[in-house]
Design a protein around this ligand. Structure first.
Ligand code: CMC
Length: 392
């Protein structure tokens, strides 16, 4: 049909109107509900940022303590949910466990499937925010073969997650305040990013009026890929490979420029940012701060710095506007905190959850919101007649 326009990869198509996140890719500006990301990262907390994204305003002290209190009450997983982990192979990727268990939550909470019921929307939102850290920590425990650690309701959101992840029966993990503050900041910086692949997936699935758990599970799977949230794991693997081959940064850059085997400089480039990703600026500083505060040095950080320096001065990258993105330095921080590479994208998902939820709410509440249904340009055979199998 002549009316359909092809826009491969949605380079130029706005699928939604949204008042959640403002992004100016030319100038490198990112704001949640109008608040600059730099201010939220410096002064805010992840929970108040989640409240802001979902409700549109920063909470008052009472609203925040009510929100925190509700989340705290729902951190536990049903014991039957815990048994799902027994069925996964030991080397299962934590992202696969995360999306599967979130999808399975819909079987436990069939009382909150109706997206048009405000109370059901609210309770499914609280359950997801409360349980995702527990689901993530259990996935980690499964991968290392340790018993799970139940949530502790007298700890903050991030402290509780770290304790569930790193405590073992023989030794209670007491999180370093530097680690808590840095992880909180990283979660804020990941909390929303307008119509990226995973958020648009949440909206598309949600537009069919599927329940919130189903929609978020789909978003987690979309995030997993190496061109999206999976890039943080891919960056670390790239740095490790360069280290193992003797730290030869120039040879690697040459390979990228020659597009040998499709090798890309992971953690570089962005569809929308044509200048520095404002999140990457803050994260680069945080990487230095966390490593020095923890008294750790990491040869991989030196390799990353050398790669960045080469790329920012190389015409291949400059002419294509390729700058470090949010994923370039995060892995180094997560690694210093003690997370294995396979958990990095899970941490991205924990951060992105409020954005997914906020945009799902916005879509559901929008008057006249319709099912997402892209068109296509058909390139197949126009028409032919069926032949019985013996004549083919
Ligand atoms: N290394 C080398 N070349 C690159 C890179 C890179 N990281 N990114 C883009 N290019 C080249 C690409 O080869 C193409 O060159 P040419 O014009 O010669 O064909 C040109 O730049 C445009 O690339 P594109 O693939 O058309 O750009 P896109 O907007 O479709 O892709 C991207 C955006 C983020 C997928 C891409 O830059 C990329 O693959 N980066 C590496 C993976 C990554 O770090 N992803 C995280 C993105 S930010 C956070 C998130 O979404 O989770």
């Amino acid at each position: 049909t002549g009316l359909v326009t092809l826009d491969s990869g949605y380079g130029n198509t706005a699928a939604y109107k949204s008042g959640v996140t403002y992004l100016d890719g030319e100038q490198g500006i990112l704001r949640y509900r109008g608040y600059p990301i730099e201010q939220l990262a410096e002064h805010g907390t992840f929970l108040e940022t989640a409240y802001l994204l979902i409700n549109g305003e920063l909470p008052s002290a009472d609203e925040l303590s009510g929100f925190r209190g509700e989340i705290t009450q729902h951190t536990l997983l049903h014991e039957d949910v815990k048994r799902f982990y027994d069925g996964f192979p030991r080397d299962a990727h934590p992202m696969a466990m995360l999306s599967s268990v979130v999808s399975a939550l819909s079987t436990f909470y069939q009382d909150s499937h109706n997206p048009f019921d405000e109370r059901q929307r609210h309770i499914s939102t609280i359950r997801l925010l409360a349980k995702l850290p527990t689901i993530a920590a259990y996935a980690y425990k499964k991968s290392v073969g340790h018993p799970v650690v139940y949530p502790s309701n007298d700890l903050g959101y991030v402290e509780n997650f770290l304790r569930m992840t790193f405590s073992v029966p023989a030794e209670e993990y007491v999180p370093d305040p530097v680690v808590v503050a840095a992880l909180d900041k990283l979660l804020i910086l990941h909390a929303d990013h307008e119509q990226n692949c995973s958020t648009s997936t949440v909206r598309l699935v949600g537009s069919s009026q599927a329940n919130l758990f189903a929609s978020i599970s789909a978003g987690i799977n979309a995030l997993w890929g190496p061109l999206h949230g999976g890039a943080n794991q891919a960056v670390l693997e790239m740095l490790e490979q360069i280290q193992q081959s003797g730290g030869d940064v120039d040879t690697f850059i040459r390979k990228v420029k020659n597009k040998e085997d499709g090798v890309r400089l992971m953690g570089f480039g962005h569809r929308v940012y044509k200048s520095f990703d404002p999140r990457a600026k803050i994260i680069k500083e945080a990487a230095h701060d966390v490593l020095s505060a923890l008294g750790k040095s990491d040869e991989l950080l030196d390799i990353a710095l050398a790669l960045e320096e080469r790329a920012l001065n190389d015409d291949y990258f400059v002419s294509r506007n390729l700058y470090p993105n949010v994923d370039f330095y995060t892995g180094l921080i997560y690694r210093a905190m003690g997370f294995p590479n396979s958990m990095f994208t899970v941490l991205f998902a924990l951060g992105r959850l409020p954005g997914w939820v906020a945009q799902w709410h916005e879509m559901i509440k929008e008057p006249g919101s319709r099912i997402g249904r892209p068109r296509q340009v058909y390139t197949g055979v126009v028409e032919r007649d069926y032949l019985p199998v013996e004549q083919r």
